[in-house]
Write a protein that binds this ligand. Structure first.
Ligand code: MG
Length: 387
């Protein structure tokens, strides 16, 4: 991007990553400019954000919520569109240079797909897009010339560390995981974990779905699959280490044995800024390391009995095809069931495994097939909840 101002659309602007993105853009001294925003449920906040950053277009992705609202407070010069078609039209606008894909879950796939189809730079916070349809998504980006830059902190770290060598010199990547809030909880007590306990993340302040995923370690399972497709790695080139301080965001080991890591305090504003400004590095508002204080960084291998979700992630990365989409959808439904009080914390991963084992595997699915399986897997989990 050679021109001086980058026009940005933020999809999912009222969520955790969306709000951090608006802070990064506001602090960019005019280099980054919001032109469009989208949100699902928090529509009052969406309008307020549009007013503050002067957005020209906003999309309310939930038609029912949009219809229930009086839009007379829309700022002048700002136009509204509704539903998935609205989001697609928003990201395709000629003036749009970059799209921050921060919609949580599989709902983010269609808008990310539209942005990639239009050849935009996509700052990808929605890992589900790659988990569900990695090979198709990467192929689409290659075809249209779109760029995908990871916002997920681990993948941003891998992307940065990979700059230290050639791609064919990478031996493996090591994704770090905090271990979440339940790392020390006795295995037999996991059935009693409350929503409140699962949402009390020790190092990262994130949305509810990803925080529960962090507690089950499903987040890391999904990130293994994400890394597989994003960096074109073989599954056995990806490993995981537990790093409770969340300072080292991931590591890349090169063939000569040298390991390059990326360090920074846990603050999403850094990977967001990098994804929007790369290849530039600019002074930013993300927290900085305090090197005048003692710092202890620890690493330990994950306990695969406690964190059996990791094995599901490894298996899905190995098998590819339909497994990522099924695992992701089953997990979204199960986490929804847990957050709604209809499912035990210790049932989330077994439900995912059961649905995976019962699905009709296809090694080379189409996008339509994946979307159909996404719906099927959710229904299967609902049957589990009701059983
Ligand atoms: Mg992450």
């Amino acid at each position: 991007m050679s021109k001086s101002v980058t026009n940005v659309v933020v999809l999912g602007s009222t969520g955790s990553v969306g709000r951090s993105t608006l802070e990064v853009i506001a602090a960019s001294e005019g280099r980054l400019k919001v032109v469009g925003l989208s949100a699902h449920a928090r529509l009052d906040l969406l309008v307020e954000q549009a007013r503050q950053c002067g957005a020209r277009w906003i999309t309310a992705t939930d038609p029912a919520a949009a219809a229930a609202r009086d839009w007379s407070d829309l700022p002048p010069g700002c136009s509204l569109s509704i539903g998935a078609e609205g989001t697609a039209a928003l990201v395709e606008q000629k003036e749009v240079d970059a799209v921050v894909a921060a919609i949580v879950g599989s709902a983010g796939l269609s808008s990310t797909w539209a942005a990639l189809s239009a050849g935009k730079r996509v700052a990808l916070a929605n890992k589900e897009t790659l988990v569900m349809a990695g090979p198709l998504v990467m192929e689409l980006a290659r075809t249209t010339g779109a760029t995908i830059l990871p916002v997920d902190s681990e993948h941003s770290a891998v992307f940065q560390a990979m700059q230290a060598g050639r791609r064919d010199q990478v031996r493996r990547v090591v994704l770090t995981a905090s271990g979440g809030p339940l790392r020390h909880r006795a295995l037999e007590d996991l059935a009693d974990v409350t929503v409140e306990e699962a949402l009390a993340h020790p190092t990262w302040d994130m949305g509810p779905k990803i925080t529960v995923d962090s507690a089950t370690m499903m987040n890391k399972a999904l990130e293994i699959i994400e890394a597989r497709w994003l960096f074109d790695l073989e599954p056995d080139q990806i490993s995981v280490t537990i790093h409770p301080q969340s300072i080292v965001h991931s590591l890349v080991e090169f063939v000569d044995g040298s390991v390059i890591a990326q360090l920074s305090p846990p603050d999403m504003r850094l990977p967001i800024q990098l994804a929007l400004e790369w290849p530039e590095r600019r002074p930013g508002i993300a927290e900085r390391m305090a090197w005048d204080q003692a710092l202890e960084l620890t690493f330990e291998p994950p306990d695969l009995v406690r964190f059996d979700a990791l094995q599901l992630g490894m298996d899905a990365a190995r098998h590819g095809g339909t497994t990522g989409a099924v695992l992701n959808a089953a997990n979204e439904a199960a986490v929804g069931g847990f957050l709604a009080g209809r499912m035990g914390f210790d049932e989330i991963v077994p439900a995912c495994r059961a649905v995976l084992e019962h699905h009709n595997f296809d090694p080379r699915p189409t996008l339509d097939q994946l979307l159909t399986l996404d719906r099927w897997a959710r229904e299967e989990v609902l049957r589990w909840v009701c059983a």
